[in-house]
Every structure is written in structure tokens, then in C-alpha cells.
Ligand binder design. Structure first.
Ligand code: FES
Length: 148
């Protein structure tokens, strides 16, 4: 684990490192942040065009765009949903996806990738959602949050 993998030093950082240490290589991708905690996705304030094309998000599944700190799902064909991939428990970037469920490797929180809802604690706050559109096959997320 490097200083860039976990939030700035705090009790949370210690917990993150402790939780990730047994996972060796997985630990390097388990935690987010680096120059601030928690780092919100750029989509909070500006439109972000994701790399690759929309077809990379499986129908009935989701994908984590780690660099952009975004989680994008496609619950039904052509229906995309985008959420912050910054775990609401401690600021780690979500690290795993299984169908429509995303997980945080730091302390085991799980989120519904179709709604952003917490499925498993310790996180208790749902993931913020952003508007997402498809333009020329590319996913564009944000700016700002999607309410309701
Ligand atoms: S940071 Fe603790 S579960 Fe994600």
C-alpha cells in the first residue's frame, strides 16, 4: 500500500491499511483518495466523458471507472445510472463489482449499483447519483447530482 492508495492520515487510514494488508496486491486498488479525503468525482462540478464506449458496461451489471471515481451500471439495456465510486464510509474507491452489486475493499461495505443504496454496512449513506447520457457511444456523467 502506498500513500496514494488511502485517505490522508487519520484513524480511518489506519483502519484502511489494516483491512487491506492481508489482501496484498488487492490492497493497491482497494482505497481511494490520496490528496484529500474524500475526493469527490469531477462529475460533481463538470461533465466527464468516460473512456471507452457505453457498451463496456454490461447489461445487468456495472463497471467502476476508478480514475474518474465513478460507478456506472446498466440495469436494463440502454438505461445507464452513474454514482460516485467513493465509499461513503471512509473515502476508499470501490474496488469490486458483481452484477449489480459494488463492494468496497477497505471494510466490506456493499452498494446497489442500480440505485446507489447501501446493501451492507459499515457505510450507512447511499452513493450520490449523477446524470448520465450517451453521446456518439460515449458515456458523459454530470455535472452535478441527480436528485430524486
Ligand atoms: S471505506 Fe470503509 S467500507 Fe469503504
Amino acid at each position: 500500500m502506498t500513500e496514494h492508495d488511502c485517505p490522508r492520515p487519520s484513524r480511518r487510514t489506519l483502519l484502511c491499511g489494516a483491512a487491506a494488508a492481508p489482501l496484498a496486491g488487492l490492497a493497491l486498488t482497494a482505497c481511494g483518495g490520496g490528496d484529500g479525503w474524500p475526493r469527490s468525482p469531477e462529475a460533481e462540478t463538470q461533465a466527464v466523458t468516460l473512456g471507452g464506449d457505453a457498451g463496456e458496461v454490461p447489461v445487468g451489471g456495472a463497471r467502476i471507472y476508478r480514475e474518474d471515481r465513478l460507478l456506472v451500471s446498466q440495469p436494463k439495456k440502454g438505461e445507464f445510472r452513474a454514482f460516485s465510486a467513493v465509499c461513503t464510509h471512509g473515502g476508499c474507491v470501490l474496488s469490486s463489482v458483481r452484477e449489480l452489486e459494488a463492494g468496497c475493499g477497505c471494510h466490506g461495505s456493499r452498494f446497489d449499483a442500480a440505485s446507489g443504496a447501501v446493501l451492507k454496512t459499515p457505510a450507512t449513506v447511499d452513493l450520490p447519483e449523477y446524470p448520465v447520457t450517451v453521446s456518439e457511444g460515449r458515456l458523459i456523467v454530470g455535472p452535478g447530482r441527480r436528485e430524486g
